[in-house]
Ligand binder design. Structure first.
Ligand code: 0L1
Ligand code: MG
Length: 259
């Protein structure tokens, strides 16, 4: 490893404080040379800090799930972050802009997992067999880096810009073709984008299977009860005070207001 344990703790503390104090920072690779593996170790330390403050880890998110975004970042696989309990906002609820730095909103499809899932060879079929519900969701990303300017190790260390999320009512997956779940993304009652489940790596169950195999490589499983945000269905949109966002889909709706 290029950076030692002390540096890992220092960087995790710095990113944690930036989140808690709502302040931007330069990307960490401006100061340190960090590999992707080291970035995940920093993310683990960030998770450990939150757990030590009494928070629970209630799920995971997958980022960079469109081929275009992967190409832009020069990677062949998505990236993975965790969801802490305080990230979750009730459906139809409000988020105060003052709590965040420069939030952006993404429409997503969430999975609620009913049976533990374990790699190393998890498939989309395994994911569906272990999923209780599929639900429309909204992810609020809020990179701690100035102007969302980062490289791959920096964004992974920063828990993949995770910040808040909203999950709507769910539907069991049995009767669904996930590729064809139609989704309308609205801001203040106007349609910003229409898309379908296939925008996430061809099928959002693919990205969840990749998450499970990634967790296996880190000696972890995806435990039952987890919420998984499978990836953005379209480009993230900057949120301003007074904006309302809605994800309307054939399986239900999720909404949030920024106040
Ligand atoms: O959830 C996402 O797809 C975002 C991953 C991190 C990259 C970003 O902040 O845009
Ligand atoms: Mg996302």
């Amino acid at each position: 490893m290029g950076i030692d344990e002390r540096k890992i703790k220092e960087i995790a503390e710095h990113l944690d404080r930036c989140e808690l104090e709502r302040r931007e920072t330069d990307k960490i690779t401006d100061e340190y040379e960090i590999t992707l593996e080291e970035a995940y170790v920093i993310q683990d330390e960030l998770k450990r800090r939150k757990i030590s403050r009494g928070h629970k880890i209630i799920g995971y998110k997958i980022g960079l799930t469109s081929r275009a975004k992967m190409r832009q970042m020069g990677v062949g696989t998505p990236i993975f972050g965790f969801l802490a309990d305080y990230f979750m906002i009730p459906n139809g609820g409000k988020i105060s802009l003052d709590e965040l730095i420069h939030p952006k909103i993404e429409p997503e499809i969430a999975f609620i997992i009913k049976k533990d899932l374990e790699g190393p060879c998890c498939t989309p079929l395994d994911v569906l067999a272990s999923t209780e519900l599929i639900a429309p969701a909204i992810e609020v990303i809020d990179s701690r880096y100035r102007d969302f300017k980062f490289d791959l190790p920096s964004v992974v260390a920063d828990n993949c810009s995770s910040s808040r999320f909203i999950v709507g009512c769910g539907t069991p997956p049995e009767s669904l073709d996930l590729r064809n779940i139609g989704v309308i993304f609205e801001k203040n009652g106007e349609i910003l984008k229409t898309s379908s489940g296939s925008a996430v790596l061809g099928n959002p169950a693919n990205s969840v299977a990749m998450l499970v195999n990634h967790l296996y490589n880190r000696f972890e499983i995806l435990p039952r009860g987890s919420i998984v945000l499978s990836g953005a269905l379209s480009e993230a949109i900057r949120a301003r005070k007074g904006d309302s966002f809605r994800v309307i889909s054939s399986i239900g709706c999720a909404s949030v207001k920024i106040v």
